[in-house]
Design a protein. Structure first.
Length: 258
């Protein structure tokens, strides 16, 4: 087992810090009459009117964002994240490929679990997207009807797509370091924007909602034995996959030792 999955067991200080940050972030938005909530609401409206309002600038700009909001475009962010993780996994000639495959499986499953938990626990905070609440609004479904897009939601908090991207940013930061973390953060920002521009999500759906879920999940994964134990349990599966990955890499000229 390498240092990728070693987290020294329970680290209560780190766990409490992450849970505390998540609670503070949620509390700053939860209470509707509080000063912080008013600031969040003002920021939400400002971001929406500026980004969505830019859709008035012309057909090419509208088509660009319509394509970016097509669900098929989500595959691009998924591919970029996988390529980034592949680069990390194949570092040092693939010396730690097997373990990093096990970690990948673990964080993939853990992300799905956090999405399910957040959908249940934050259900009462669900709200309509800004495109259904604010006026004026430029709707991509009307501006570019030939491209199937998502520009509204009856339950936009938190943003599932942004949650996945933010959590993966955290994984890279913990597992691979700052350079990988910053690259993942750039991917998260760029690929979360289309839903905000279209009005399918409020700014705080991603920053507050997804941020709370990510902070909570990352704390439990990396400041408890969960990552270490989960990776160990998945090593047998990873050992079966690693030779296949190595074989594919060799076919395209990348030397990998497993």
């Amino acid at each position: 087992m390498t240092s990728d999955a070693e987290n020294k067991g329970w680290r209560p200080v780190g766990l409490l810090v992450f849970q505390g940050l998540a609670l503070l972030l949620l509390a700053s938005w939860w209470f509707k009459d509080s000063g912080t909530r008013l600031l969040w609401d003002q920021l939400d409206q400002s971001v929406f009117f500026n980004l969505n309002g830019s859709l008035a600038e012309g057909e090419s700009w509208q088509r660009f964002w319509a394509i970016a909001n097509n669900r098929a475009f989500d595959l691009v962010s998924a591919i970029l994240v996988m390529l980034l993780y592949a680069r990390f996994s194949l570092a040092e000639g693939g010396k730690y490929l097997t373990e990093r495959i096990a970690v990948f499986i673990l964080v993939f499953l853990f992300t799905l679990l956090m999405i399910e938990i957040s959908n249940g626990t934050l259900e009462e905070l669900a709200r309509k997207s800004p495109s259904l609440v604010l006026e004026p609004v430029y709707r991509l479904t009307e501006l570019v009807p030939d491209i199937k897009t998502k520009d509204y939601s009856g339950s936009s908090f938190p943003g599932d797509h942004a949650t996945v991207l933010i959590m993966w940013t955290g994984y890279f930061w913990f597992l691979a370091g700052t350079r990988y973390g910053l690259t993942a953060l750039l991917i998260a920002i760029l690929f979360s924007m289309p839903r905000v521009v279209a009005g399918a999500h409020w700014f705080t759906d991603d920053v507050v909602g997804s941020g709370v879920v990510a902070l909570t999940g990352l704390g439990w994964l990396f400041y408890t034995p969960l990552c270490q134990v989960g990776t160990r349990r998945l090593m047998s599966v990873a050992r079966r996959i690693a030779p296949i990955v190595a074989w594919v890499m060799r076919l395209i000229g990348i030397r990998v030792s497993v």
